[in-house]
Design a protein around this ligand. Structure first.
Ligand SMILES: Nc1nc2c(ncn2[C@@H]2O[C@H](COP(=O)(O)OP(=O)(O)OP(=O)(O)O)[C@@H](O)[C@H]2O)c(=O)[nH]1
Ligand SMILES: [Mg+2]
Length: 338
């Protein structure tokens, strides 16, 4: 996490993903009437005004606000079976694993299209779940192997302590829960992850498994109906924190689109928070996974700050210890050795 948010543009072939990408990036190439026309992922970095940081600047009587960075990634079309290697979608699933938000474009411009927008939502949901299931199954297998290895070494009295393994075993029921939910065709976000976010245990997960950020099915989903349609007709209930908007993907819509996107995206419900720092006269915002402490937060700004961390202060300026859990909206100051 940093002050840059990564958005993966997904959808079936010909949905209009590259059209959306072109609209946002201003790069007028890469769309085509042929399905699977995007064969290499494309990235575009844009800066957008940050309303939250502007509020902080006002509060602190500062003049300038660093913009929020957004990286949009345009990938090829997903089809039924992509997660098991069909089409070219599988490689793209890996490209978007580091995305914070998935933007699914729905073909609502062609009423004759073979697949309805509703069905497209379901197909992509299923592909993301299947791809995640493979990751979770592998994690569980690795854990079992580790337990076995550990047991052998305990029997041989060579390595009786493995605290890391202990804490991983505590989390095993959660992994099992995710597996079962995915297997039964439901989204683990609602049943499992959300309560973990609420109890602020999620950052433990990030640390121990480095899996949760990779799971695609739990990522916040933002649907864009490309064309004229009544978005009420489309059910997106199974995805995590979905927002649905309709846009004709043309250049003039760029600013309203980005504005709608950022004002309607509920970062908190994705397990993300923002903290702020002040550099000179400028306010800068940073995304973090809820549950992170100030030490981890310092590493988001720069690994060297974390390495040379002395102390942190929270506005109204008071020193906090390194395990202080950062709250959404905190204004932080770090003291570190140079
Ligand atoms: N009429 C109409 N055509 C559109 C619209 N949006 C996209 N198209 C056309 O649909 C075709 C596919 O658009 P792309 O943006 O390349 O689709 P994509 O989702 O990137 O497709 P792949 O990369 O192949 O997966 C192009 O010929 C676009 O001109 C729209 O709103 N109306
Ligand atoms: Mg494309």
């Amino acid at each position: 996490m940093s002050s840059v948010i990564v958005l993966g543009i997904i959808g079936l072939p010909n949905a209009g993903k590259s059209t959306l990408f072109s609209m946002i990036s201003g790069i007028d190439e890469g769309t085509s009437e042929h399905p699977f026309s995007t064969i290499r992922p494309r990235r575009s970095f844009i800066e957008i005004p940050d309303p939250l940081a502007t509020k902080v600047a006002k509060q602190m009587q500062l003049q300038s606000v660093a913009p929020l960075g957004a990286e949009f990634v345009d990938v090829g079309g997903l089809v039924e079976g992509s997660s098991s290697g069909k089409g070219i979608g599988n490689q793209f699933l890996n490209v978007i694993r580091n995305a914070d938000i998935l933007v699914q474009v729905l073909n609502c411009y062609d009423p004759e299209a073979e697949v309805s927008p509703q069905r497209a939502v379901e197909i992509v949901d299923q592909e993301l779940r299947d791809a995640d299931l493979a990751i979770i199954e592998k994690a569980l297998k690795d854990l079992d192997k580790r337990v076995e290895k550990h047991r052998d070494s305990v029997l041989a009295l060579s390595n009786p302590m493995d605290e890391d393994l202990d804490s991983m075993l505590l989390l095993r029921p959660l992994l099992d829960g995710i597996r079962n939910t995915l297997k039964s065709g439901r989204n683990p976000y609602w049943e499992i992850i959300q309560s973990e976010v609420a109890s602020a245990k999620l950052s433990e997960w990030h640390r121990l498994f480095k899996i949760v950020p990779q799971l695609l099915s739990i990522k916040h989903r933002y649907y864009v109906c490309n064309g004229d349609t009544d978005s009420d007709d489309i059910e997106v209930g199974s995805s995590a924190c979905s927002v649905i908007t309709c846009f004709n993907l043309i250049e003039e819509e760029r600013v309203p689109f980005l504005h709608a996107f950022f004002s309607r995206t509920n970062f908190q419900s994705m397990g993300l928070g923002r903290f702020f720092t002040i550099e000179g006269e400028q306010v800068q915002s940073w995304f973090f996974y809820q549950g992170a402490d100030v030490l981890e937060a310092s590493g988001i700004i720069h690994p060297d700050i974390m390495k040379n961390f002395i102390k942190a202060e929270v506005y109204p300026w008071k020193a906090v210890e390194r395990h202080y859990k950062v709250s959404d909206g905190d204004i932080l100051r770090f003291v570190f050795s140079k």
